[in-house]
Design a protein around this ligand. Sequence first.
Ligand code: GLU
Length: 290
Amino acid sequence: MPPPVFRFAPSPNGYLHLGHAYSALLNADLARRAGGRLLLRVEDIDPTRCKPEFEAAIYQDLDWLGLVWEAPARRQSDHFADYRAALDRLDALGLIYPSFESRAEIARVVAAREARAPWPRDPDGAPLYPGTARRLPADERAALAASGAPYALRLDMAKALARAGALDWIEDGAGPGGESGRVTARPQAWGDVILGRKETPASYHLAVVVDDAAQGVTDVVRGQDLFWATGVHRLLQRLLDLPAPRYRHHALLRDAAGAKLSKSTQATGLRELRAGGMTPAEVRRRIGLG
Ligand code: GLU
């Protein structure tokens, strides 16, 4: 049997904090115990939020922690052609469509409907896309495309589900409600998710699935905030004929007040802790991996 392959996949849109240290070191510990490999992936598809100085800091902070990964790291921004190819494949199956509305327009439609009746929300609490552009007559869609207007590419969730059938995944960790073992995937909870944009032929969901397959990842270990997103990932894996890794979602570290750690809280930033004299061994103890 080939060795299992783990990965840590931070986004360079801020500095790493103790929560990232937990995820990275847990991946490393599990890989070591299983005689497996550890890969690093820099999830930098969003050019508006990702910055070179944050990427440089990721390597520095992980080095300092003593993390050993196989170089070079995979940078998503080097692989847009791969994501484009996956989008083309979904397009050939008739599973994606362009939606030309701005975020503000969508919010107005949702607010108007929500004023009359409850409107469904995704597991992160965001209102589901109302599907307006899915019903656009072909000539209107063509005219909008010809006008050069920006658009998002969305998955036609109902069609995708009909094609994919029932889906599940093996959860070695636990979901927010304690779900574990064989978990039923519920991608429909997210509605017609965005898989790409006119300027960027990728989204988090699409890139993560394409990359996990390209890197031969067998074990995805990440925070519980992504637990329900796994349903969308399983759906895309099925549609694109990609293998399903095992998943282990871990609880998120919280601050003293019980809030999720964020990239802007200095109190838990690895750079600040290092500057304050904390050692990597103390980081490990503090996050319960000592
Ligand atoms: N890039 C994501 C994050 O920083 C993690 C993605 C994943 O592990 O699937 O939250």
